[in-house]
Design a protein around this ligand. Structure first.
Ligand SMILES: C[S@@+](CC[C@H](N)C(=O)[O-])C[C@H]1O[C@@H](n2cnc3c(N)ncnc32)[C@H](O)[C@@H]1O
Length: 245
């Protein structure tokens, strides 16, 4: 990343409206902003896609928790032609934008507007799901106690062979580590991205893996991490990866 691009990102951050997912104006602003980060986001979505243990034509059901405008779902539904998606989000504007984006997959998608703040968000859902995914969403709940409950609620929505893939912000173990992202991004050959932030991350990787295990997941792993973004996985009981012994 060049210095000019970095300066541009900083200037845009200074102008951004206050984050509020229940404010339609902020939601529209956020959706518009995503096009500028398309490459960075696509790399993250493709990582999630690569970890879904299904063949492209295999039938399965997945839920996207805090799905937003359906950017990840576009990537998943395009690749997994046998997949049926349930997009859950609290913001009406996000689900409307997702509906537009995913129009061509119409019969393979359900939309559920529900607030993750309380356990009743699962009431409108019909499980079990084979896979649960989430990207940069659950940290918004801020409180570790609520996030731990959400992990447990997601666990209960999954089939016994189910997998939860959660790409989200994580907290660094010591404040001093947060300075490394802008520092390391200066060496463009390394391929680090300064744009990957970590605002308000409620737990470190170690804590989050513990929360997944406490929630009932038989196994919890961190498959990928860069600075304050991590891709965590929870295996409900036993998992079948195509082609594995
Ligand atoms: C940073 S956006 C990410 C959207 C999408 N997962 C993506 O990666 O493109 C965060 C999402 O979490 C949703 N969200 C935040 N707080 C929520 C809550 N309490 N209940 C339900 N959804 C919430 C927002 O509406 C928004 O769609």
């Amino acid at each position: 990343m060049t210095e000019a691009t970095r300066d541009q990102i900083m200037a845009q951050r200074a102008q951004r409206p206050r984050e509020n997912w229940f404010d339609e104006e902020y939601v529209s602003y956020w959706i518009d902003e995503q096009d500028q980060r398309a490459n960075e986001r696509m790399r993250q979505f493709v990582r999630i896609r690569a970890l879904v243990p299904k063949d492209p034509r295999q039938e399965f059901r997945y839920i996207n928790v805090g799905a937003g405008a359906g950017h990840l779902d576009e990537v998943l539904l395009e690749h997994f032609q046998g997949a049926h998606a349930t997009l859950q989000d609290g913001a009406r504007g996000m689900l409307e934008a997702a509906r537009q984006r995913l129009r061509r997959f119409e019969s393979r998608v359900d939309y559920v507007q529900a607030d993750l703040a309380t356990p009743d968000w699962t009431e409108a859902l019909t499980g079990p799901f084979d896979v649960a995914v989430s990207s940069i969403a659950i940290h918004n709940l801020r409180q570790p106690s609520r996030i731990r409950q959400i992990y447990s609620e997601i666990h209960d929505l999954l089939d016994a062979g189910g997998l939860f893939l959660n790409l989200d912000y994580v907290r660094v173990t010591r404040p001093g580590f947060s300075a490394f992202a802008p520092w390391a991004a200066k060496d463009a050959d390394a391929g680090f991205s300064y744009a990957r932030g970590g605002g308000g991350s409620p737990g470190t990787v170690e804590e989050q893996l513990g929360w997944l295990r406490e929630a009932g997941f038989a196994g919890a792993e961190c498959f990928w991490k860069e600075f304050q973004v991590a891709l965590l996985a929870g295996m409900r009981e036993a998992l079948l990866v195509p082609g594995a012994e």
